[in-house]
Every structure is written in C-alpha cells, then in structure tokens.
Design a protein. Sequence first.
Length: 368
Amino acid sequence: MQIDQIDIFYVSMPLKYPWRTSYGTDYFIHSILVKGYSGDHIAWAESAPLEKPTYSPETANSVFLNIVEYFAPMIVGKTYETIEQFNDQLNVFKGNQFAKAALEILWWTLQSKITGVPLHIMLGGVTKNVEAGADFGIQDDYDMLLGNIQKAIDDGFSRVKLKVSKGWDVEMLETVRNAFPNIRIHIDCNSGYSLRDVDLFEKFDEFNLEFIEQPLGYDDLLDHSKLSEIIKTPVCLDESINSVRRMEQAIEMGACKYVNIKPGRVGGLYNSVKIHDMCFKSGIPVWVGGMLESAVGSAICVELATLPNFSYPGDLFPSDRFYERDLGYPKIELTKKMTISPFTEGLPEPDINLLSEFTIKRATLRKD
C-alpha cells in the first residue's frame, strides 16, 4: 500500500462539562485527526494526547508538529506492504508514541478500506459486543458523585471507575462504599502519589477495590513493583506502559496485575496487540482505555477490545457521554446491556462541518 497524501487536523472539541483528574481540569479535548489517501481509498485516524503534557510528555501541538515536520514527510509516497515495514520506518524517531500512533492507526484503517476486512478482524478479534464501564472524574461534592454512581448502576453498568487525588481519596471512598457496598470499583490515581504514601495505599486495601490504576510516577516500574509487594489490592499500570519493551520489563519485575492498553500511548495498534498477547501468556488481564477521543478514535478502541484478553469492562464511551456534538459519525452508542458493537460496515469519520468548526490548524503533505 502506498500513502499518496495525508491531511493533518489539530482540533479542539468542547466537553459537555469539565473533566477533573489529579493533574488538572480539561474543558476541551485537543486531538489530532489524520486523513490518508491511497489510490481511490480514503481513511481516518485520531490521536488525542491532550493540550498540555499532563498525561504524557506529548501534547496535541507537539504531535501536530512532529507529524507535519518529520513523520509524514518520511512515509508519504512510499509503499508499505506490512505494518512491520511501516513501523520500522517510524522507529528511527525516539518516543513520541501518540504522534506515531496517529499514522500507524491510519495504515490499519486504510488497509481495512482497501481489503474490505473489518478492522477488528484484521487485529485478530471477533465480531462481538464489548462491555463498557462507568467512569467519573473528580466531582463538585459527594452528593453529586453518589447520584452519578446510582444512575450508572440503574443503567446497568457492572463496574465504576473513580478518579482520585490527594484530598479526594480515603473519605470519598468511605462515602462511596457506605452507600454502595457491593459494586465493583477501581480507582485511577493518574500518577498522583508516591511510595511515601504507603500508609494511604494500605487504607485503600479496606475498600475491596478491583485494582488501583497508575498510583505512582508515569515513567516508573520499580516503585510499582515494590508497592505491589506491600499492598493487597492489585496494581494496574497505564501511563507506565508506553512500549512493548516496557511491558516486558513490567512482567519481569512483577510491577502489575492488570494493564490498561491505549493505542495512542503505546504507538499504535501493532504494539497494542503485542502487549495484549504478552499479557495473555503471563495471565495478566487487560482492558482498553480511552483519551476522550471523538467517535473516530473511540471506534478504534472498540475494535481493539474484541481481542480475547480484554476481560475487564473498558473505558468506552457513547458519543453523548462527553460531547454535545461529537464530530465523528456514526456515533458511538451503548446497547441496553452497556456494551458497544464493533463496526462491520465501516468506521466513523468526521462530520466535515464540525471538523471545520473545531479545527485550530491543518496541513497537507502529498507525494512528489
């Protein structure tokens, strides 16, 4: 397959309400969409690293710059018969996984268009509905949080994820557990704590959590392995797993019992599948994460979650969860069983009018 042209869009999508975590508050999701052309075929991909380097060292602006200035010029006009060839070309550049992921996922979506094979089948998944979980950021008060959890239970969600930060942790969990003693809960720390907080983590053991997601530094494995030996609650890694090699090291060190896989964070779908397979062999369940992407990016996560070791309900959201107007179409929708169907008739693509409205800047690269 030869990629003849790539259009790159930096978009800012307004959220329905602020999304608050231990690293701050987002009012807009800053994301990069790429449109690829191969002969008569056109496909899209998305990578959403956020506006600021709070989740990872990358930002939407750095992703846009690296794709436009370095990555896309290297691949436009060249032919790649396999994803391994494509990734070998990009791997001359160090890090920058979200930037690589935008183009790597584009290779997959173009290949799906050209061959007519649904993306989830290409990845090794099956056509089955995948289960979504309920997620809540840091709320204004406990009453708001309890009301939102009750609605999630009434809707039929089987698990709840709660963002925590210092000052919104132990007392919050006591309040939630007193109100909902039996629901499946895990918490996400977004790297907001350190090993100096061991006493706090031991208190978390009292709340019968499924696991604690990314409790320590975003680039840490060693301290996570130490924490895993101290506390009873399993540790799940997110930000710390940004490559296949990091996953190998985490397994060797016993740093986690669960892994959240986000295609953007690990450099694309090939690495996502490799990490999935490694965890499967090691008895580590995985689940799919999201970055509050539009339907264009969220659909990729749905396709990935059809692989067999995605056994925990994912961070998969219907379009109306965070957006009044999701720029992707068709929209992501939940079934009555809180599941989402993979796409067999083509993946979501941007609404051109909304794309124009949300775009901050754009660029085009063509083959000579």
